[in-house]
Design a binder for this molecule. Sequence first.
Ligand code: FAD
Length: 277
Amino acid sequence: MSDKRTFSFEFFPPKTAEGIAKLRTTRQQLAQFRPQFFSVTFGAGGTTRDGTLSTVLEIRAEGHAAAPHLSCIGSTRENIRAILEEYRSHGIRHIVALRGDIPSGMVEAGEFRYANELVAFIRAEHGDHFHIEVAAYPEFHPQARSAEDDLNNFVRKVQAGADSAITQYFFNADAYFRFVDEVQARGVDIPIVPGIMPISNFGQLCRFSDMCGAEVPRWLRQRMQAYMDDTASIRALGLDVVTELCDRLLAGGAPGLHFYTLNSAGLVSTVWQRLGL
Ligand SMILES: Cc1cc2nc3c(=O)[nH]c(=O)nc-3n(C[C@H](O)[C@H](O)[C@H](O)COP(=O)(O)OP(=O)(O)OC[C@H]3O[C@@H](n4cnc5c(N)ncnc54)[C@H](O)[C@@H]3O)c2cc1C
């Protein structure tokens, strides 16, 4: 039986020669799992524009599929038009389209306010050339006025022309299944692939989760905090929790998994092997 599920790994563009070398090694390790694609994030306001493209091109030169992210906040239509043309001139056909967050110090929101406007712009300018992924939030985006509003805004992105979606990470599988049911009830039929965050630095994960609206369950916080500096136990519990989550998601029909690798292969490889993918 052929496996139609989509598995992918996300990187951020490294800034130093050391980071670039480390990412090459990470890629070699993860490429053996034959993901459908690697994706590379894009700093809001265009801060990593060159790094995103050069990382994508390096991955493609190694013979793997790669999708750049593109965030529109703080940009003009001209900026975005130029980036899309540049991507297209390199033969790129797969994009993760996002609003992004206004970087501190940047005042102008730019000409795009929401991701649905970016998706519509890409479709208007390039027709079906790009496969467009968008972001989804099973636990809802932190700035959403209400859960209902956020669901409708997600549907808007799909109606604007998104082909598939990747979710923010979460640790509660029910939130994902309910989100999928609710958007399907609103007519959405694109694949919504769960984003998976391996647990490495737990303190950092909690701080980041508070900002991006992902919930770290109380029982997990309590257990992790009790481990104090015992990094081996933190790693072991983190691996168990994330592997069980992936197992449950795939068993429940999730159309694949997208791993936030943070440019490291170790934890993701262990989860992958445990899942027997
Ligand atoms: C898979 C994934 C990859 C990511 N990669 C990057 C990256 O590379 N670079 C980066 O900077 N950030 C990235 N992010 C973070 C993302 O940019 C932020 O979460 C950002 O705050 C929202 O982006 P969005 O595309 O989901 O925005 P939107 O879909 O525009 O939603 C943002 C908020 O506005 C509301 N909204 C949406 N449309 C409308 C509308 N038409 N009218 C009124 N309200 C509306 C929504 O309910 C939500 O609260 C990523 C997130 C995910 C899940």
